[in-house]
Design a protein around this ligand. Structure first.
Ligand code: PEP
Ligand code: MG
Length: 875
């Protein structure tokens, strides 16, 4: 019989897939003798079964839960449902990867109208008992029964108002009894039945709610963003309760072994006395720094410091821990590798190597490639910051510069379609999509471990939280600071590194990378075998990419060089030419410009290779649209022809499906003189730069959109003949290569044939995805949303390579290509070339390089290192 339920003492840290991160670590902490309130974990496989069984928990699983519950009762010496000494538990989700989109916690489960009295008698603390009960009713109603939280908050506020209480802690036991009464009335009103009084029913409903939360829209969105497969499922942890709200010698907190924002090696965290966990995370009361615990409870503090160090040593990584103090006794509720900013990730990884804890390969694996993105994006211009005056200051929760328009709800922010800064009292898991689509997040409440802070750091969004000077009205859509009022759509900037907020748009500057970054990247470069090139068409982008470590250009899209104002006229003249002679006159004007571009690019590359892709767009893209009457008249004037003639040509060039139309090598087949001109430009530029700079330049000429070897042979012949002619004219030869893109399924299928002519393949996975799926790459965004909602797709195949389909073609073409030409060079230059999961695939298929946009070069270098280290581990 499959085992679905594990007592904490039966698991360990290696069982993450089955027990989820939280469950595996609770088990591990139990094993190493730390004070962990005992309980059990219902496995991720039980969650998958729940879905397979049509949202039912199987009888065998129910039976195993009951057995584990009985065992836990024995361990704790209490009985579930006991009316005198009730046994209370918490129920928490816990997937393999930590997922803020999911249900988090239900506390105090097991309380009923009768049990609460028992708890009051047993603890001699009636206030505590009813405080726990009202919290439980609210959490159960909200997260299990989906009754709006605001109903309960409103009722609590009513009682507080009536009693003149400022804080929840000002309410007496009798006040809280009244709150409980009101809460139960809300439950009855909303559900049409009484609040459940059977603890087993409460427990099973909660477990089901955790399973359901795996599939809520927020969790689905988070998974898509982070490449987490829907098939993993979540585990559920049922743990006996300890209480941080038992009085002034009790409390609860969260702490990191190192600073999650900067990486500094210093215990960092917050706690609240006389409180339960959600008070800290929700940011309702402002917590105290962990160091303050030393003064009030020195023994607990010292024990905690020791445990924190023990956990960090044990896991060899920075830990994020939750703890509770019950009547002066410390309990550990959770530990996990802490989420951190990119800067902190680099510092911690490098420090752990210097401290002798990690090898360099292990340190490389500690930094998520995608995370580097935040480091490579702009900060505020220091000169502008000096002059600007901050309107407010909050906590620097997640670094980076954000400027945008103010929006007050996550939905509005998500729909705005412009650069926005999300301004909220505090954020909740429902806000996750709006947060992701914002440049930055600003909240009035909450600490460094509040939802807004944790989630923004994970996403790499700039965030300032707990900015108490702000008065935010979501209803009126206003932000008031002092006597100044800001409205929706007003400008705002925030600096996530200092916590400063500015009531204006401030200019940003690009960052330079050095220090820890450089050291870690050097280790990554040593570990990887895959080369990293860049897609660039201008010297500026090329220099940027080289400064980020690009080892050459994998794709220079030459059509991008034709769009500049001063050359589009000559291109139009070429397109509108009626005869070859006329076209050659126009091409002769373009040649020196194109050659000049290539020379500059070769110089920017300082001897690194460059793959130059021949003209690829549909020709009509260069002409004005028919509605642009003035532009057409001006063009007619320039070319000594009539507007009608130009309109005729525009009509003639119109295509119903330009993506499958007259583009790529098809242009060179129709107009060989274009390929001739481009070859001259490439070879003459290479010779000129070689002469001037003294280093070898080895042109790589790439023919796009090939579907048949004969097409390639045809264009190749033109290239070779022209090159030979240029060599003769220049009295000099150099090495050069001719290859092709594999971006049409037929090319992949006949790659063995094509390799007879091609010295290299570059997989154009944008078009290969388009044509393999039959999805227009320009339009798929309009319907892919429905595909995610209906679970047809988990991710965008244009961003993350579809390894089962498109990847199969890539693998096959690589194998066929190598069969014909064993030393054929293989690369990828579609957008996927910068995606870490695709890069791992490319490493495993044995490609020679990936090519991606300049800002993704460091990400690709790191991802290539991850792939190599992981593959070596498997060997
Ligand atoms: C591709 O198709 O993947 C490619 C890189 O070419 P383009 O995006 O220019 O069509
Ligand atoms: Mg293409």
């Amino acid at each position: 019989m499959t085992k679905y339920v594990y007592l904490f003492k039966e698991g360990n840290a290696d069982m993450r897939e089955l027990l989820g991160g939280k469950g595996a670590n609770l088990a591990e902490m139990t094993n190493i003798g730390l004070p962990v309130p005992q309980g059990f974990t219902v496995s991720t496989e039980a969650c998958t079964r729940y879905y397979a069984d049509n949202l039912k928990i199987g009888d065998d699983i129910l039976e195993q839960i009951n057995v584990a519950l009985a065992e836990t009762e024995k361990i704790c010496g209490k009985k579930f449902g006991d009316l005198e000494s009730p046994f209370l538990v918490s129920v928490r989700s816990g997937a393999r990867a930590s997922m803020p989109g999911m249900m988090d916690t239900i506390l105090n489960l097991g309380l009923t109208d009768v049990a609460v009295q028992g708890l009051a008698r047993q603890t001699g603390n009636e206030r505590f008992a009813y405080d726990s009960y009202r919290r439980f009713i609210q959490m159960f109603s909200d997260v299990v029964m989906e009754i709006k939280k605001s109903f309960f908050e409103g009722a609590l506020d009513e009682v507080k108002h009536a009693k003149g209480a400022k804080f929840d802690t000002d309410l007496t036991a009798d006040d809280l009894k009244e709150v409980v009464k009101k809460f139960k009335a809300i439950y009855l009103r909303e559900k049409g039945e009484e609040f459940p009084q059977d603890p087993k029913v409460q427990l099973m409903e909660s477990i089901k709610a955790v399973f359901r939360s795996w599939d809520n829209p927020r969790a689905n969105y988070y998974r898509r963003m982070n490449d987490i497969p829907g098939s993993w499922g979540t585990a559920v942890n049922v743990q006996s309760m300890v209480f941080g709200n038992m009085g002034d010698d009790s409390g609860t907190g969260v702490a990191f072994t190192r600073n999650p924002s900067t990486g500094e090696k210093k215990l960092y965290g917050e706690f609240l006395m006389n409180a339960q966990g959600e008070d800290v995370v929700a940011g309702i009361r402002t917590p105290q720094p962990i160091s303050a615990l030393e003064a009030t409870q020195p023994e607990v503090y010292n024990e905690f410091v020791n445990i924190a160090q023990k956990l960090e040593n044990h896991y060899r990584d920075m830990q994020d821990m939750e703890f509770t103090i019950e009547h002066g006794k410390l309990f550990m509720l959770q530990t996990r590798n802490g989420k951190r900013t990119a800067a902190a990730a680099l510092k911690i990884a490098v420090d752990l190597v210097d401290e002798g804890t990690l090898s360099t390969d292990e340190a490389v694996l500690k930094v998520e490639p995608k995370q580097l993105d935040t480091l490579l994006h702009p900060n505020f211009d220091p000169a502008a910051i000096k002059k600007a005056t901050a309107i407010a200051k909050g906590l620097p929760a997640s670094p980076g510069a954000a400027t945008g328009k103010i929006y007050f709800t996550a939905d509005d922010a998500a729909r705005a379609g412009i650069a926005v800064v999300l301004v909220r009292e505090e954020t909740t898991p429902e806000d996750i999509e709006g947060m992701d689509l914002s440049k930055g997040i600003l909240t009035a409440r909450g600490g460094m471990t509040s939802h807004a802070a944790v989630v923004a750091r994970g996403m790499g969004r700039a965030a300032v939280v707990g900015c108490g000077e702000l008065h935010i009205s979501e209803e009126k859509k206003t932000l008031t600071v002092g006597d100044k009022v800001y409205h929706e759509g007003d400008d705002i900037s925030l600096d996530g590194s200092t916590g400063n907020v500015y009531g204006e748009m401030l200019p940003t500057v690009e960052t330079t990378v050095s220090g820890d970054f450089a050291r870690l990247m050097a280790w990554a470069d040593k570990a990887r075998t895959l080369k990293v090139r860049t897609n660039a068409d201008t010297p500026r982008d090329t220099k940027q990419a080289v400064s980020f470590g690009a080892e050459g250009i994998g794709l220079c899209r030459t059509e991008h060089m034709f769009f500049e104002a001063d050359r589009i006229a000559a291109v139009r003249e070429m397109i509108l030419a009626d005869t070859v002679e006329q076209r050659e006159v126009a091409l002769a004007k373009i040649l020196p410009m194109q050659q000049g571009d290539f020379e500059e690019m070769y110089k920017a590359l300082e001897g690194r290779p460059m793959t130059i892709r021949y003209l690829d767009p549909p020709l009509h893209e260069f002409l004005p649209q028919k509605s642009m009457i003035d532009e057409i008249a001006a063009l007619a004037n320039e070319l000594h022809t009539s507007s009608e003639k130009i309109v005729e040509k525009i009509d003639a060039l119109h295509e119903f499906n330009p993506m499958m139309g007259h583009r790529g090598c098809r242009l060179a087949v129709t107009f060989p003189e274009i390929a001739r001109m481009q070859t001259r430009a490439v070879i003459q530029a290479a010779i000129a730069v070689k002469k001037e700079m003294g280093y070898e330049v080895v042109p790589e000429i790439m023919i796009p959109l090939v579907c048949d070897i004969k097409e390639l042979s045809f264009v190749k012949k033109i290239v070779v003949e022209t090159t030979e002619k240029v060599f003769e004219e220049q009295g000099m030869k150099l090495e050069y290569h001719i290859g092709t893109m594999i971006e049409i399924p037929r090319a992949a299928i006949t790659a063995d044939e094509i390799a007879k002519e091609a010295e290299f393949f570059s997989f154009g996975t944008n078009d290969l995805t388009q044509m393999t799926f039959g999805f227009s790459r320009d339009d798929a965004g309009k319907f892919l949303g429905s595909y995610y909602e209906n679970k047809i797709f988990e991710s965008d195949p244009f961003a993350k390579l579809d390894q089962d389909g498109v990847g199969k073609l890539v693998k096959m073409a690589a194998k066929l290509g190598r069969e014909t030409r064993p030393n054929i060079k293989l690369g990828i230059c579609g957008e996927h070339g910068g995606d870490p999961s695709t890069i791992e695939f490319c490493h495993n298929v044995g490609l020679n390089y990936v090519s991606c946009s300049p800002f993704r070069v460091p990400i690709a270098r790191l991802a290539a290192a991850h792939a190599a280290i992981k593959a070596n581990k498997k060997k």
